[in-house]
Design a protein around this ligand. Structure first.
Ligand SMILES: [Ca+2]
Ligand SMILES: [Ca+2]
Length: 325
């Protein structure tokens, strides 16, 4: 009798233990399912946000092509309609915004080396720009050494031996700057100097020939850096309060400021540095969905037809300041 009671108790205990195990298993399975549902949901939303961001880039390419179609003489200025971008466009479950910013208002530091050789015109330009910005002119030599493939330093440059002695140590890249932030690694360029220089430079890819700056979007100091013959006052006149609209390089050379102050030989040299087109742009797309934001940046290059191809993508801006607010 006693034995049977004890067996019954044991069976009851076993049943309770089994029930406890089963219910904790059920909770674990439920929890796991919830997690994977959340994971799938997040993945789906990220995929959707990426899809929308791609759509915004297509929009950017379209609007650039339209700009060329409407404007036969293919010149760009700060008055171009594509600069307005798109703000707060509602689609299904998201809000989309996009901006396009020209990058040819700046000096492309990668131009100092073309086809493996130093480009004297671009090195001179960079030196004058550094002087005008009251920065150490030797930074030009350090930029050259960072890009060139040798380990022979320029007279005021820095190759690997300088960077390997730092803590933590690093090396020069021996190739073009990929992102503007890379310049902050240069020896002798303080954070303050970087901040002063960054608004005037870009790091665009160079294929066999230099990229040119657009005179319609250059700021006064960029004109003064072309030659000491262009004084600050003259540069301000060329800038035209940011609304300059030279239709081609001849019309720029015809401006009285240039016509009388700059000799012909120098104008020919300028043509390696300047144009009236914006061929490189940063596109940014902001997707707002379910309280979260997805931002993507792309570096675009315009083709002769006017539309653009994507050179690279980044989650951080190609310009030092964020362009999507
Ligand atoms: Ca080097
Ligand atoms: Ca070198």
């Amino acid at each position: 009798m006693l034995m049977r009671k004890s067996n019954q108790g044991m069976a009851m205990l076993m049943a309770l233990v089994m029930m406890a195990i089963a219910s904790s298993l059920a909770v674990a399975i439920w929890y796991k399912n919830q997690l994977s549902f959340a994971r799938i949901h997040n993945l789906q939303k990220t995929y959707q946000a990426k899809h929308y961001a791609q759509g915004m880039l297509l929009w950017a390419s379209d609007i650039l092509r339209e700009d060329y179609a409407q404007d036969e003489s293919s010149h760009d200025s700060n008055l171009d309609p594509w600069l307005r971008g798109v703000q707060g466009m509602a689609v299904e479950d998201a809000i989309l915004s996009g901006t396009l910013v020209g990058l040819n208002d700046r000096f492309n530091v990668n131009n100092v080396i073309i086809n493996g050789q130093q480009s004297p015109e671009h090195v001179e330009y960079l030196r004058r720009l550094l002087l005008l910005l009251e920065l150490d002119v030797h930074i030009a030599d350090k930029i050259i050494d960072w890009i060139d493939t040798d380990q022979v330093p320029q007279s005021n440059g820095a190759e690997d031996f300088v960077y390997l002695a730092k803590s933590p140590s690093y090396q020069t890249s021996g190739q073009y700057f990929k992102h503007i932030e890379e310049l902050s690694l240069l020896d002798g360029l303080s954070l303050e100097d970087f901040d002063r220089l960054a608004p005037y430079i870009s790091t665009l890819p160079v294929h066999n020939q230099a990229t040119r700056m657009n005179v319609n979007t250059m700021r006064p100091v960029m004109f003064s850096a072309l030659t000491p013959l262009i004084t600050r006052e003259m540069a301000v006149r060329l800038f035209q309060n940011g609304v300059a609209k030279y239709i081609n390089i001849e019309s720029f050379e015809d401006d009285p400021v240039i016509r009388y102050a700059v000799p012909r030989a120098l104008k020919t040299k300028f043509r390696q540095l300047i144009s009236t087109q914006t061929l490189h742009l940063q596109a940014s797309s902001l997707v707002q969905m379910e309280g979260s934001e997805f931002v993507q940046y792309a570096l675009l290059e315009r083709k002769p037809t006017g539309d653009a191809r994507i050179l690279s993508r980044s989650l951080s801006p190609y310009l030092p300041k964020p362009l999507v607010n």
